[in-house]
Design a binder for this molecule. Sequence first.
Ligand code: SF4
Length: 293
Amino acid sequence: MDSKPTNEFIEFRKNIFDTFKIEEDNIMSALQIIDVNVTEICTRKCVFCPRVDKNIYPNRNLHMSLETCEKLANDLADFDYKNQVVFAGFSEPLANKKIFEIVKTFRDKLKHNNNISITTNGDLLKDDTLKRLLDNGLNLLKMSLYDGPEQEERFLEQFDRCNVRPDQYVIKRFWYGPEEEYGMSGISNRVGMMKLNDREVPIRPCYMSFNSSFIDWNGDVLLCTHNWRKDVKFGNIHKNSLKDIWLSEAAKTMRQHHILNGRKGKSPCTDCEVHGQVYGEDSFKLFKKYYER
Ligand code: SF4
């Protein structure tokens, strides 16, 4: 494979973001991605992931319940959320045996949403699994492939066999070595839990808390998709609505810090090497104005 594959994926993602409308008088329109961690199990141990060492981040037999899933979907339906719902998190989402019902719940509650996706390594993706996910209303499979080009060929054959349309999947090629950052654009050191290169942690503001929300398996709303330490939580959806948590003082304090000081002096961001400004600038600007009112 000669070209840097993630460039294609960045373009693909940017095109998705471009379809989302920021509304000046609607702060909820800043929310563009909901990342849902439906399980604490992964089928792999990748060298760039904290799961490589079970003393750092072990597999745990913990899964999002249908009750939590329904609460989250209801909270999103309350403000007619149309942007991305991604079942990805810190795990392999197909390891949650209720994943079909979870997808169906979101599909039923979010009737106007055409952005429900799963990020999967494909290890558990049998033909019938694939069909059930799509029949239950999944819009997109994001295939994170780590083994090599032959793995891509195998999945393309499967998609063909199962009549999966090209617009229903995207391939992310992560089989490259460390010198190519494993095929990732902007590899994450998981807030310092992984030492992957000698890059300096940037000070610039990160837009992640302005345009995304991360929901853990138990309903906790975490700072972001990179904070594997889980040491900053904005609330829990079983206690408050997602909207209230998104607009809470705790979230505001974090965002205000990024607006005024960037990551400097703010844990865990001070340890995070994520670029932070590839997506989300419009959401950042919207919140900036919102907090100035
Ligand atoms: S700097 Fe890192 S830890 Fe902080 S919000 Fe951004 S991605 Fe998350």
